[in-house]
Design a protein around this ligand. Structure first.
Ligand SMILES: O=C(O)CCC(=O)C(=O)O
Length: 292
């Protein structure tokens, strides 16, 4: 049985919600929400189609990453394939593959696209480096937290995506790998015997489609499944609160450097050590829960 993520993410009308409402109800309490139609006000909403990207930048070469095959001990660094962008778009429209275009810096290739939208006024403190994500149907973005602990606004332009979220206070029960922002847990086919902490986690889920923006607060775990071939864009704001800011900074500096060095020294042993530590931390929480 899949992890309990039966609570639906609330949905509000993103074209009418005020900054005051969003801040009070979602941003400050750090609660996820789907902002339906938030991007309808910007030209990108209708302009950014598969054909638009095919025609305007189809000739560039893109690095693509595999789906579930990647070793969990690795972070995504070396692409599994390189292809022309228009060929890739044809491929994901045509058939399921396992190749995703992840953290695509589309604006480096085409800075004029930045004129097609504004950063939504319901928030401030934007980190002005937006990224795009493209993927085929059935592809999975395995469960992770964003390393900088930023607040994420992920907008969908084409196709549907299922998004599963868990709050950051469930990290230990999700067997977060130390020195890392990934979990080894498979959300849809979890092994409860190996990971008993999963009996105690409770998440949320939703499906987003063209025009929907999902707000994922700082440190939220997300698992994403492409129900159709499609693409989206994420913009981020600085992590919420001092402790998330400190955590983001720590992750980007000390944690990442340590993890990279140790992986170079002995990847397998380091991965085993991290896994053992993750089990130990989860067991401690489970014991506390059984006593309570
Ligand atoms: O939509 C995707 O493919 C991944 C998005 C994601 O993981 C993120 O914005 O952090």
């Amino acid at each position: 049985m899949a992890l309990d993520a039966s609570t639906p993410v609330p949905v509000v009308d993103g074209s009418t919600i005020t900054r005051e409402e969003f801040q009070r109800l979602y941003y400050k309490p750090q609660k996820p929400v789907v902002l339906r139609g938030l991007w309808k006000q910007y030209p990108a909403y209708t302009k950014w189609t598969m054909d638009f990207f095919r025609q305007s930048m189809g000739n560039i070469e893109v690095g693509l990453y595999g789906n579930r095959k990647e070793d969990l001990s690795k972070t995504l660094q070396v692409p599994n394939a390189v292809m022309r962008f228009d060929e890739y778009l044809n491929l994901i429209e045509r058939e399921p593959t396992d190749l995703r275009l992840f953290l695509f810096p589309v604006f480096k290739h085409k800075p004029e696209l930045l004129k097609d939208f504004e950063y939504p006024k319901i928030a401030s403190g934007y980190i002005k480096i937006p990224f795009m994500f493209f993927g085929p149907s059935n592809s999975i973005v395995r469960m992770h937290q964003d390393i900088d602990m930023s607040n994420v606004f992920l907008t969908q332009f084409h196709g549907r995506k299922r998004v599963v979220l868990f709050a950051p206070d469930q990290s230990e029960l999700l067997y977060r790998l130390p020195f890392n922002v990934h979990s080894t847990v498979d959300v849809d086919h979890p092994d409860y015997a190996e990971y008993p902490g999963l009996n105690y986690v409770k998440g949320m889920s939703t499906v987003i489609e063209h025009g929907d923006t999902i707000f994922m607060p700082s440190g939220y775990w997300h698992h994403i499944e492409y129900l159709d071939g499609g693409f989206g864009l994420s913009v981020r704001t600085l992590p919420y609160g001092l402790s998330m800011k400190a955590k983001g900074l720590w992750n980007l500096t000390v944690q990442r450097t340590t993890d990279n060095i140790m992986r170079k020294l002995n990847d397998e042993k380091w991965f085993d050590y991290k896994k053992k530590l993750a089990y130990k931390r989860a067991d401690k929480i489970i014991q506390g829960l059984s006593v309570a």
